[in-house]
Ligand binder design. Structure first.
Ligand SMILES: *Cc1c(COP(=O)(O)O)cnc(C)c1O
Length: 366
């Protein structure tokens, strides 16, 4: 069987280095807020090209903490609106509503699956305070027009960079395009830990300081609490593992690009719509390779039968989730079409030539 993602194989590429780090942390007797975290934060900020990187417990917390910090700084307040794509992973939206902010959904573009920038301005009201862009599937969404809209209406641009670490727009890496960015290092992400992990990046020192405090019980100084904070730490073991794997992320992303290009060049089936390979290939790191078909469910069954594991990112649009039943009468036809037709094929830095060919031939014979 071809697994959707073989995490064991991905991590065993670095077995010696990772195991040495695990032993080092274990024997050190120091498990939180230590040298592994500060090294990783320094290396991540250098890699992204940004002033501050703050390790946190997971990607959802990274986004929650950014918005919460803007609230503590008086830049946002309860009931304010944040624009977000209508087809994103639920975590982007949870981060907004968890803070008492209102998610305002905007449809994506069907060709890129990313938010349609031309539809943002019509959703802006006096209560709008930010745009949460999501570099979905590993593809950057950014433009000068987006920047102009944000500056014209004094909106913060927050990046959900859970899926696109290593991608770049005009030479600027994702995580350094907006005012602040949330990363997830969930094991299945392009840079994956051995458990939950996340980070925030920002050039805004005051925001960084506020997030550091909020993630540490609202405290910059032990037992002195300035905010009603939370506990959201990136532990030493995860930081050490991530610091090893960060060195290889460009190489892994390059392999993903090669595979995506092969799929796009060699999959030829009129029942299948392939993703667009961006004119600037730096803009996409292919976290997932998503095809679309009106016969999606049949295609998935066929691939399963032939031993190819696929997933659907995502089966239910956010406005159709029980958790957001207040949105059940809203209509987002592009999102609904996407959710009904998308299928993610296996793509990973450890796939063999035989597996790649097998996937191409099997999709072609459907
Ligand atoms: C994975 C993901 C998150 C959440 O990250 P966790 O580390 O699982 O909390 C947020 N947004 C997007 C787009 C994601 O893919």
């Amino acid at each position: 069987m071809i697994k959707f993602l073989d995490l064991q194989k991905i991590n065993l590429q670095y077995q010696n280095e990772i195991e040495a780090k695990l032993i080092e942390v274990f024997r050190s007797g120091w498990y939180l807020m230590g040298v592994q975290l500060s090294n990783f934060e320094k290396n991540l900020s250098e890699y992204i090209g940004v002033k501050n990187a703050i390790g946190v417990a997971n990607g959802l917390d990274a986004l929650r903490l950014i918005l919460r910090a803007y609230m503590e700084l008086g830049i946002m307040s309860e009931g304010d609106e944040i624009i977000v794509p209508s087809n994103t992973y639920i975590a982007s939206i949870l981060a907004i509503s968890d803070n008492g902010l209102i998610p305002v959904l905007v449809e994506p573009e069907i060709n890129t699956y990313n938010i349609d920038i031309s539809k943002i301005e019509e959703k802006i009201t006096p209560k709008t305070k930010g745009i949460l862009i999501v570099h979905l599937q590993g593809r950057i969404i950014f433009s000068d027009q987006l920047r102009e809209i944000a500056s014209k209406h004094s909106l913060k641009i927050i990046e959900d960079n859970a899926q696109a670490i290593g991608a770049a727009w005009s030479g600027i890496k994702s995580g350094n395009l907006g005012d602040a960015s949330g990363f997830s290092f969930y094991p299945g992400k392009n840079l994956g830990a051995l458990g939950d992990a996340g980070a925030v990046t920002t050039n805004d020192d005051e925001l960084a300081k506020t997030i550091r405090a909020l993630a540490n019980y609202g405290s910059n100084q032990k037992y002195v609490n300035i905010y009603k904070g939370l506990n959201s730490r990136l532990d030493e073991i995860q930081a050490a593992v991530l610091d090893v794997k960060l060195k290889y992320i460009d190489n892994e992303n390059a392999i993903r690009k090669q595979i995506a290009k092969r799929f796009i060049d060699e999959i030829k089936n009129p029942a299948v719509i392939l993703p667009e390979y961006p004119a600037d290939e730096n803009e996409h790191v292919w976290h997932v390779f998503v095809i679309r078909s009106e016969k999606r469910d049949e295609l998935q069954d066929y691939l399963t039968e032939k031993g190819i594991q696929t997933l659907i990112h995502y089966p239910i649009p956010p406005h159709r989730q029980e958790a957001y039943k207040e949105w059940k009468d809203l209509s987002f036809p592009i999102s609904e079409k996407i959710h009904a037709e998308v299928l993610s094929l296996p793509i990973s830095p450890v796939m063999t030539e035989e597996e790649i060919l097998n996937i191409i031939e099997t999709v072609n014979t459907f």
